[in-house]
Ligand binder design. Structure first.
Ligand code: GLN
Length: 285
C-alpha cells in the first residue's frame, strides 16, 4: 500500500467518525506513524509504505477514535507560531489563548527594558514563551505546580532557543509567591477556570484526556482568580500589568476581583466574540 492510499483510508475513517479537519488530522497521524516530516509526506506519498507504518497508523487511528486528542498523539502543537511539545500533563494550547498572548506582547513592548514577565499555571509554557519571544530583551519566569508540566515547559524553553532569557520554577499559584522571584512588570495566567461541577459535562476529548488539575477552578471556577490576584499582586511593580484568560461568562466577576485589588479593568474578546481576556494595571497596593 502506498502512503497516499494509507492517507486516503485515514481521511475516510476520520470523516465517518465525525472528526472535522480530517485531512489535516490524517496527514499529522500518518506523518507521526510513518516518521515522516510533512515535506517528506508530500514528496514521497506515491511510494510504497512499509507494513510497520500501516500498523502504526492503525494504532494511532484507534486511539484517536477513542477520543484521544490529536495533540497528545503527535506530541506537538502550534501556538502563536511556535511548535511546542505537549504531553497529557499539560493542557493543549488553544487558539483562543493567542488573544491573550497578542495583548500581552503589545503592552509588553511598551515597557522599559528589560521587561520581567511572569507566567503562572504555565503548563506547556505557551503564553510565557510566546510573550517573551516577542518582547525584545525581556526575561521570563514560567511557574507551575506540576513537576511533569514543568519538564514539558523546560523542553519548550529549549525548543524556542530561549534558555538565556527564560527560567522554569516550581510554584503553587494558590500560595504566597516565593520571595526569590523578585518583582515583575507583567504577569500572565490562564488558570484552571471550569466550575468543578461542569467538568463531567465537558467533551470526552477534554474530560477524558486533559489534566483536571489544569481545568478545575473550584465551585464557581473563580478560585484561582481570587487567590492569585490577592496574593501575587505584590510581585507586580507599581503600574505592573496582569493578564488573565477567563471562561465564558466570567469576565465581569474577574473584572470585579481586579478592581477590588486596586487594578484598572479592561476586557478583550476572542475570535469567536467571547470576552476571553481580562487585564489591568496595578494602580495601588
Ligand atoms: N479553555 C479550556 C477549555 O475550554 C479550559 C482552560 C482552563 O481552565 N484554563 O477546556
Amino acid at each position: 500500500m502506498t502512503y497516499q492510499e494509507l492517507y486516503h483510508g485515514l481521511c475516510t475513517r476520520l470523516h465517518r467518525a465525525g472528526i472535522e479537519n480530517e485531512t489535516l488530522e490524517a496527514r499529522e497521524l500518518l506523518c507521526k506513524a510513518a516518521r515522516l516530516s510533512r515535506e517528506q509526506f508530500f514528496r514521497d506519498r506515491m511510494g510504497e509504505a512499509p507494513a510497520a507504518a500501516g500498523e502504526a497508523v492503525e494504532e494511532l487511528l484507534q486511539r484517536r477514535l477513542s477520543g484521544e486528542p490529536l495533540a497528545y498523539l503527535t506530541g506537538e502543537w502550534e501556538f502563536y507560531g511556535l511548535t511546542l511539545r505537549v504531553s497529557p500533563s499539560v493542557l493543549i494550547p488553544r487558539i483562543d489563548t493567542e488573544v491573550l498572548a497578542d495583548l500581552a506582547i503589545t503592552e509588553g513592548r511598551k515597557l522599559p527594558k528589560p521587561a520581567r514577565i511572569l507566567d503562572l499555571c504555565t503548563g506547556s509554557g505557551c503564553i510565557g514563551l510566546s510573550v517573551t519571544a516577542h518582547v525584545p530583551g525581556s526575561e521570563g519566569i514560567l511557574c507551575d505546580l506540576s513537576p511533569d508540566a514543568l519538564a514539558v515547559a523546560e523542553e519548550n524553553v529549549r525548543r524556542c532557543g530561549l534558555e538565556d532569557r527564560v527560567r522554569c520554577i516550581r510554584a503553587d499559584a494558590r500560595q504566597r509567591p516565593p520571595e526569590e522571584l523578585g518583582q515583575f512588570d507583567l504577569l500572565t495566567c490562564n488558570p484552571p477556570y471550569i466550575p468543578a461541577g461542569d467538568i463531567a459535562g465537558l467533551d470526552l476529548t477534554v474530560r477524558g484526556f486533559e489534566p483536571h488539575m489544569a481545568l478545575d477552578g473550584g465551585a464557581d471556577g473563580l478560585d484561582f482568580y481570587r487567590e492569585i490576584t490577592a496574593q501575587w499582586k505584590n510581585v507586580l511593580k507599581p503600574g505592573g500589568l496582569l493578564f488573565y484568560e477567563v471562561g465564558i461568562g466570567q469576565a465581569e466577576d474577574v473584572g470585579a476581583i481586579l478592581a477590588e485589588n486596586g487594578f484598572s479593568v479592561h476586557t478583550c474578546r476572542d475570535t469567536q466574540d467571547i470576552a476571553r481576556v481580562v487585564w489591568g494595571r496595578k494602580l495601588q497596593d
